[in-house]
Ligand binder design. Structure first.
Ligand code: AMP
Ligand code: ZN
Length: 667
């Protein structure tokens, strides 16, 4: 078999497995086998850039960075939907339709997925463009990000039309959303509010590998295009499914408004079992010819109607407000409710967010409150039934001291959250910081778990993460549930963390707003911890993607004498507080301030390597040519539109060799 055949075969197999896993939900091989195949393909592609394919399964991992998303005019406008709220509304709609079209009218009922709308363009069976709805007339080109969503087919199967658009919704299933929030909380960041906004935010991330890491899904529901040879909406859903799209199976073909209402009533309950959020039903006239006759109003198709589910609300009693202290000292008030059934689960607690929220809604203990489950997973109190309030009720007084350590709370200007400033003596903060330090994405210390940390703190063996490195086996053996072997493992696990690279150490320090990504950015820029410690707020802000809030927080952390002492101690124990020597050797900052666009196929290095070389040497990679582009590194087959744009802007075009010389000369 030739290399080309081998590559083609791997691509084809991976595509099928990807489809089995993400669209059909029925994988036929293990994750490990999948990864091995992917790796094999990656290696072949790196060795043979001449077989580059913009829709290869290896590109699912992302990596391309988009600074400014190009605006694209939709070939077919993306309309909004009219809303209905009752049977009468629907009957009125049916009457209007029947005046405009002949013959029997049937409907497809679909769920209304709550996410970010997207329009995908396919030509010759390949995804060529993904555009957000925008204002319906034009949207943003988010193709690089959408390509990383595994259920979006990059190549189609079967008998598809030559060119068409397909519309759908990018959603973030509850489970993945919850996981993302756990990670954010672990990084001391505010959790995301709801899956919908997070899904649409994910499409506009500059770094597509960031999008690739988010567990997004793409559900399709509408075909648009000329002469597709399809006669009904229901048929179009089936066809799209055959071509490899993820088209949910819940849709039904019905013959009357009564049946529409049956569908609505069924899903009003059952939707809580779905893995993602839905906020209603969309009813569409099934016959495409009738759809064409009906056409559009200025805002929406006349042939479709949304029927929104009512937000689920229940009434219950607020028994008590308690306060939780997080690892960063942030205080979260929690409503303890009389247990009540809501959207299929028993609700006992609801987040009250902060003092302002309690004041705004005037929530008091013993109040009868309205609780809703909207997009958020944690239910929230949306109001108080004032008529039921007892006469001697008094306004809630927010706590002024920490429930755990009694220290007076502080609240910064412009911030909603109260904080306990007693970093060193407040047990949940002391324990939480060490737990974060040892967590999987930070130092990943084997043999040491969260409960053991709490125990070590309680026993006075450690008060901060640097103390971990002083622990001896003899000290831990006497502890509850510690055997000789587990004590050995613990000490060995701690010692092994000295190999963890700097970026994860920096993340582990638990600086507010410094999550995994920010830590990486800082490390890439500064290389050694002392450079970060020495950087002023202005300097920090000038680093790519570091904002004022992060810069301030970094400064605050290192301005604390005791934090600098911790760093000195960690250095003494041999923790990686700078980029390793090998890595440093391949890095310079000679391309600082320069932006590159990489286009075409290369001979000596792969595109990925080329991009990495640019970044390792301080340059930036962008996917589109603009006045800010310093150089275009052009390989074979660079697209004509890029050439034209470069000529118009007068951007320098250099070859692969020119680029390699550029770096070699300076090094
Ligand atoms: P609205 O934003 O309330 O005007 O509702 C219109 C939006 O509903 C469309 O832009 C789509 O993004 C979304 N939508 C979700 N599910 C469907 C569906 N099954 N059919 C059509 N539109 C849908
Ligand atoms: Zn405290």
């Amino acid at each position: 078999m030739s290399t080309k055949q081998q590559i083609d075969q791997l691509r084809e197999e991976l595509r099928q497995h990807n489809y089995n896993y993400y669209v059909l939900d029925t994988p036929t091989i293990s994750d490990y086998e999948f990864d091995m195949m992917l790796k094999e393909l990656q290696q072949l592609e790196e060795k043979h850039p001449e077989y580059y394919d913009a829709n290869s399964p290896t590109l699912r991992v992302g990596g391309e960075v988009t600074k400014n998303f190009e605006t694209v005019v939709h070939e077919q406008r993306m309309y909004s939907l009219d809303n209905s709220y009752s049977k009468d509304d629907l009957l009125g709609w049916e009457t209007r339709i029947k005046k405009l079209v002949d013959g029997e009218v049937n409907y497809t009922c679909e769920l209304k997925y709550d996410g970010a709308s997207i329009s995908l363009t396919y030509e010759k069976g390949e995804l060529v463009r993904a555009v957000t709805r925008g204002d319906g007339i034009q949207g943003d080109n988010v193709t690089t990000n959408v390509k990383t969503i595994k259920s979006v087919p990059l190549k189609l199967k079967g008998d598809f039309p030559d060119k068409f658009d397909i519309r759908g919704e990018i959603v973030l299933p509850y489970e993945g959303f919850a996981k993302m929030n756990q990670e954010r909380i672990a990084a001391g960041e505010e959790p995301y509010a709801n899956p919908r906004n997070t899904a649409s935010g994910s499409l506009k991330l500059q770094d597509s590998s960031e999008t690739a890491r988010r567990p997004l899904d793409c559900l399709l529901y509408n075909l648009a295009g000329d002469r597709l040879g399809i006669v009904s909406q229901y048929e179009s859903l089936e066809k799209a499914r055959d071509w490899g799209f993820k088209v949910p199976e819940e849709s039904r073909l019905v013959h009357s408004i009564d049946e529409v209402l049956d569908f609505v009533n069924f899903w009003d309950e059952k939707r809580h079992d779905l893995p993602y959020e839905t906020d209603g039903v969309v009813v569409k006239v099934n016959n495409i010819q009738q759809q064409e006759e009906l056409g559009f109003t200025a805002k929406a198709p006349r042939w479709a109607m949304a029927y929104k589910f009512k937000a689920e609300q229940v009434v219950t009693k607020l028994n008590e407000i308690t306060y939780q202290v997080g690892r960063t000292g942030a205080i979260t008030p929690v409503a303890n409710l009389e247990p009540v059934q809501l959207a299929g689960t028993t609700v006992k607690r609801a987040s009250l967010h902060n003092a302002d929220q309690i004041e705004k809604l005037d929530i008091r203990i013993d109040d009868t409150v309205f609780v809703e489950k909207g997009g958020e997973i944690i239910p929230k109190i949306v109001g108080v039934d004032f008529e039921k309030r007892s006469e001697n009720s008094t306004p809630t007084e927010y706590i002024s001291s920490c429930p755990e350590c009694k220290t007076t709370l502080t609240r910064k200007e412009g911030e909603a959250q109260h904080y306990c400033p007693n970093e060193l003596g407040c047990p949940p903060q002391v324990i939480g910081r060490i737990q974060h330090y040892i967590s999987r994405k930070a130092m990943d210390i084997e043999g040491l778990g969260g409960e053991t940390v709490a125990l070590l703190v309680k026993e006075g063996l450690v008060a901060n993460y640097a103390d971990l490195y002083e622990i001896t086996k003899e000290q831990v053996i006497p502890l509850e549930r510690m055997a000789e072997k587990s004590a050995d493992n613990l000490v060995a696990g701690i010692a092994k963390s000295k190999e963890i690279p700097f970026e994860r150490v920096l993340f582990g320090l638990g600086i507010r707003y410094v999550g995994e990504t920010v830590a990486k950015k800082l490390v890439k820029h500064y290389k050694v911890v002392d450079a970060i410690i020495a950087a002023t707020e202005e300097e920090l802000v000038s680093v790519d993607e570091i904002g004022v809030k992060i810069a301030q927080s970094v400064r605050e952390f290192f301005d604390e004498e005791r934090n600098r002492e911790l760093i000195t101690r960690l250095k003494g124990y041999g923790i990686q507080l700078q980029v390793s020597a090998d890595k440093l050797a391949s890095q310079t900052d000679i391309l600082q301030g320069q932006t590159f666009v990489v286009s075409g196929v290369f001979e000596k290095v792969s595109r990925t390597e080329l991009k990495k070389m640019i970044e390792d040497n301080g340059g930036k990679v962008s996917s589109s040519i603009s006045s800010k582009t310093s150089y275009i590194v052009a390989g074979a087959n660079m697209g004509p539109s890029k050439l034209e744009k470069a000529a118009k802007l007068g951007t320098s075009i250099i070859s692969e060799d020119d680029f390699l010389n550029l770096i070699a000369n300076e090094n």
